[in-house]
Design a binder for this molecule. Structure first.
Ligand SMILES: [Fe+2]
Length: 184
């Protein structure tokens, strides 16, 4: 049986709700992205270029996606999930990207990220480039089927993935992480 490397939920959040969220935040202050755990001494400053904002744990979107993540976990993966990190709303404008990386942080102080989920807030026609891809060991990375507004994808946080450079328009998404006891 093929190994499932990702799981998708189509139409998880309505398109109207996605548009509303973008409208709420698009004209507010955004922070430059910062790659936790990677940019010690600044050597990975070029790994990522985008703007971010943090969502609250009691946001409607947060609660909805967490419940979907739990369903997928119990149905397909069976990880022990004991918490979540604050979700990150991300904006990629022309020239922005996030190069190959994994989301799991290996340190002793915090429980590791086990599952990552990406909610597609923008309409596919609102931007070009900005593709989420999964490393599969081949020269051509696997393009993930996350294009429809309001759909999302769950993958193991240890999977290598990237977002290619946006060449036109703006791509908005929200990233969620579920954490749990150490993997070993
Ligand atoms: Fe990531």
């Amino acid at each position: 049986m093929a190994r499932h490397r990702y799981f998708t939920v189509e139409d998880a959040i309505s398109k109207e709700d996605c548009d509303t969220l973008i409208k709420i935040y698009e004209d507010t202050e955004w922070c430059d992205s910062h790659v936790v755990g990677y940019d010690v001494e600044g050597q990975y400053d070029t790994l990522r270029r985008s703007n971010v904002k943090w969502l609250k744990h009691n946001s409607f979107f947060t609660r909805a996606i967490w419940s979907y993540m739990l369903e997928i976990n119990s149905k397909h993966l069976g990880y022990r999930i004991t918490g979540y990190e604050e979700p990150q709303l991300t904006r990629y404008i022309v020239g922005d990207y996030f190069d190959w990386h994994i989301d799991t942080l290996y340190n002793d102080s915090e429980p590791p990220r086990k599952l990552s989920a990406i909610l597609q807030l923008s309409k596919p026609e609102d931007y070009k480039g900005g593709e989420l891809q999964l490393w599969n060991g081949d020269l051509d990375p696997e393009k993930l089927p996350i294009m429809e507004q309001g759909s999302f994808i769950v993958l193991r946080s240890e999977e290598w993935h990237r977002v290619t450079k946006v060449t036109e328009g703006i791509r908005y998404s929200i990233v969620f992480w579920a954490t749990g006891p150490k993997l070993v």
